[in-house]
Design a protein around this ligand. Structure first.
Ligand code: MSP
Length: 529
C-alpha cells in the first residue's frame, strides 16, 4: 500500500537524562489521539515513539550517577519512559531506542552513503555548544551571563554557560540544500505547521544555511563514524534517523514498513522544529529520500509563565495528575484546553474545574442518567423508537455535522477543535433531555411510545459519542460501550469506524444495558490542593 493511503505519526525521541514530565506526556498524547483517530477511521496507521540515548548530556548524567551511560539509559527506559506509555494510555506501534543495533547500523549506513556521495567532508569546528540543547550555537542565539556566569555566554533556554568547542569534525554540506528547502516550503505549504512556525523557519533558511558539524571527537558515547572510529556521530544527526530506522530502512532495501508508512507526520515541540524542518529534510534530500509529510510544532506547557522543565524545577510528573484524575482526564484536559500549536498555562485549578464541569457533569452525568433511565423505565433493554420529531432530527443533524467538523479539524491537526466539535453532541443531548424531560413523560402511561423515542435517541447519541470520543477517552468510552450493551451487536469499540459514526439507528433495540459506574467520579478537594 502506498503511503498516501496510510497515516504515520511520530513523537520526538526523548532524552533519557531524566524522567518524563507532563510536557513530554503532552506530545505523546497528541500523537496518540491522531493515531487512534486514523486507525478508527479505517486508515492503515503507524505510530512511533522512543528514546534518544546518546550524546554528552546523557553521558554526563550517567557519570555524575556513577554508572555507564548504557546502564543509566536502560534504567530510565525501564523505570520511567516505557511505564509512561501505560500511565497515559498510549497505543504506539513501536518504541525505538537509539542504542539498539537496528538503529545504530542504519545511522552508519546513512552516513556512509552521504560520505560516498561527497556530501560529508572534514574540517575544523570552532564555536559554542549548549549541552542542554545538544546544539551548536551562534553568538546571536546567546545572552551575556551575570552573577556567577559573568563574562560568559549563556544559553537562554537552559540558563547555563555554553561551552567553547574547537575540534576537527566532519561536516554535512547542508548549505547546498538551502534553495531546495525553500522550494519545499513554497510547494508544500503545510509541510511546517502552524503558519507562525512556518514563517519563522522560512526566514531562518532565507538568511542562509551553514554546513553542519556532524561528528564529535572529545567523548565516545555515540554511534561510531564508520570510516573514522575516533569520531562519534553528532547526537541530533543520529537521533533524527530513528524515524526511518524504526521502519526498517536501509540503503540496499528500504523495506516493507518504509514503503507502507514513509513519509511520516512528525509531532514535535516548537523548540525542536528547526531540527525537523531544516536539518532532517536536508539529510533526506541528500540521501535521495522523500521528505516528511508534515512537521507540526506544538506549543509549550507553561508553569508560572515559563516553559515547564525539570532543570528549572517546575516539572510535574504525569502520574501526579493521573493518580488523582485518571488517564482519560489527562488526555482530555491538555488537548481540549490548549489550542494545539499554541502555548498553554497549566494550573491545577483549571484542570479540576474542567474535570468537574465538562467530564463529570457534562459527559459522565449524561451517560449515567441515560443508562439509568433505560434501566429503570425499560428494564435495561434499549427500546424501539416511535415516530421521530423535529427534536430527534436535530440530534441526528448534530451528530452528522460533528463527524464532518471533527474530521476536518483532525486533518489540520487542530485536535482542540475536533474535540470541541464532538462536544457539541454532549451539549445538545443534555439540552434535549432538559427539554424533553423523560422522567416526567415516564409518569404518563399514555406516552410510553414517546418515552421510548426519547430514550432511544439519547442512547443512540451516546453510541455515537462513544465512537467519536474513544481516541481521546479510551477508558471511559469502553465502559460506556459495555454499559450500552453495544458490543454483542456491533462488535468492539475500537473497530467502529469514525466516518460511519453519524449513521443513525446502529444501536439495535433489544440491546441489554448494564449498570454504569460514574465515568468521572467526584474528586475530593484535598487531592488537588
Ligand atoms: N531528544 C530530542 C528530540 C530528538 S527527536 C529526533 C529532545 N528530547 S527532549 O527530551 O528534550 O524532549 C523534547 C520534547 O519534549 C519537546 O520537543 C516537546 O515535544 C516536549 N516538551 C518538553 N518540555 C515541554 C514543555 N514544557 N511543554 C510542551 N512540550 C515539551 O529534544
Amino acid at each position: 500500500m502506498a503511503a498516501g493511503d496510510s497515516f504515520s505519526v511520530t513523537t520526538p525521541i526523548f532524552y533519557v537524562n531524566d524522567a518524563p514530565h507532563i510536557g513530554h506526556a503532552y506530545t505523546e498524547v497528541a500523537a496518540d489521539v491522531l493515531a487512534r483517530w486514523h486507525r478508527q477511521s479505517g486508515v492503515d496507521t503507524w505510530s512511533l515513539t522512543g528514546t534518544d540515548e546518546h550524546g554528552q548530556k546523557i553521558l554526563r548524567t550517567a557519570v555524575a550517577n556513577g554508572v555507564t551511560p548504557k546502564e543509566w539509559a536502560d534504567k530510565l527506559v525501564a523505570d520511567a519512559w516505557v511505564p509512561l506509555l501505560q500511565t497515559i494510555d498510549i497505543a504506539n506501534d513501536d518504541f525505538i531506542r537509539t542504542t539498539e543495533e537496528r538503529h545504530e547500523s542504519v545511522v552508519q549506513q546513512f552516513l556512509q552513503k552521504l560520505y560516498d556521495d561527497g556530501l560529508i567532508y572534514d574540517g575544523e569546528y570552532e564555536g559554542y555548544y549548549c549541552v542542554g540543547c545538544e546544539e551548536y550555537k551562534q553568538p546571536s542565539d546567546l545572552v551575556d551571563g551575570s552573577g556567577e556566569f559573568e563574562g560568559q555566554y549563556v544559553c537562554p533556554i537552559h540558563g547555563r554557560p555554553v561551552e567553547v568547542l574547537k575540534e576537527k569534525n566532519y561536516f554535512f554540506r547542508m548549505s547546498r540544500f538551502q534553495q531546495r528547502l525553500l522550494d519545499l516550503y513554497e510547494s508544500q505549504p503545510d509541510f511546517i505547521q502552524p503558519d507562525s512556525l512556518r514563517n519563522e523557519i522560512v526566514s531562518f533558511v532565507r538568511r542562509g544555511l551553514d554546513d553542519l558539524s556532524i561528528s564529535r571527537q572529545s567523548f565516545d558515547w555515540g554511534v561510531r563514524v564508520p570510516w573514522d572510529d575516533k569520531h562519534v556521530v553528532y547526537v541530533w544527526f543520529d537521533a533524527l534517523i530513528n524515524y526511518i530506522s524504526a521502519l526498517g530502512w536501509n540503503p540496499e532495501q528500504p523495506g516493507e514498513l518504509f514503503d507502507r508508512f514513509w513519509p511520516s507526520n512528525h509531532i514535535v515541540g516548537k523548540d525542536i522544529a528547526r531540527f525537523h524542518a531544516v536539518i532532517w529534510p536536508a539529510m533526506l534530500m541528500a540521501a535521495d529520500l522523500p521528505v516528511p509529510r508534515r512537521v507540526f510544532g506544538h506549543g509549550w506547557l507553561l508553569v508560572g509563565g515559563e516553559k515547564m522543565s525539570k532543570s528549572k524545577l517546575t516539572g510535574i510528573a504525569p502520574s501526579q495528575i493521573t493518580d488523582v484524575f485518571g488517564s482519560d482526564a489527562f488526555r482530555y484536559y491538555f488537548l481540549r484546553a490548549i489550542a494545539f500549536g499554541q502555548d498553554g498555562s497549566f494550573s491545577w485549578e483549571d484542570l479540576a474545574a474542567r474535570y468537574q464541569a465538562e467530564l463529570a457533569n457534562g459527559f459522565g452525568n449524561l451517560a449515567s442518567r441515560v443508562v439509568a433511565m433505560v434501566g429503570r423505565y425499560c428494564d435495561g433493554v434499549v427500546p424501539e423508537a416511535g415516530p421521530l420529531g423535529e427534536a430527534e432530527a436535530g440530534i441526528q443533524r448534530t451528530v452528522a455535522d460533528a463527524v464532518v467538523a471533527a474530521t476536518a479539524a483532525i486533518d489540520r491537526f487542530a485536535i482542540h477543535d475536533s474535540i470541541a466539535a464532538v462536544w457539541s453532541i454532549v451539549d445538545e443531548l443534555n439540552g434535549y433531555l432538559t427539554v424533553q424531560e423523560p422522567w416526567k413523560v415516564a409518569k404518563d402511561e399514555s406516552q410510553t411510545e414517546r418515552l421510548r423515542t426519547i430514550l432511544y435517541t439519547a442512547a443512540e447519541g451516546l453510541r455515537a459519542l462513544a465512537v467519536l470520543l474513544s481516541p481521546v477517552l479510551p477508558q471511559a468510552t469502553q465502559k460506556l460501550w459495555t454499559a450500552l450493551g453495544a458490543e454483542p451487536h456491533l462488535g468492539a469499540l475500537v473497530d467502529q469506524r469514525i466516518p460511519d459514526a453519524g449513521e443513525w439507528e446502529q444501536l439495535p433495540a433489544g440491546a441489554r444495558t448494564q449498570a454504569l459506574e460514574a465515568l468521572f467520579p467526584r474528586i475530593e478537594h484535598e487531592a488537588t490542593a
